[in-house]
Design a protein around this ligand. Sequence first.
Ligand SMILES: [Zn+2]
Length: 61
Amino acid sequence: MPTGTCPECDADVHVDMDTDKGETVSCEECGAALEVVGLDPVELDIVEEEDLDDDEDDDEF
Ligand SMILES: [Zn+2]
């Protein structure tokens, strides 16, 4: 099974054989969402989850 390294905590993250580039896996160690950016070797990138803090002027109350 291919293994990548979590950029967040340096743990080994197992990636499914049929996982494609661009898919998101999560680190079992720290729970970070990681995007598969490379397959040979497996490279993982942290997916920054933008918090929904946009200041839109929506008057839906
Ligand atoms: Zn991790």
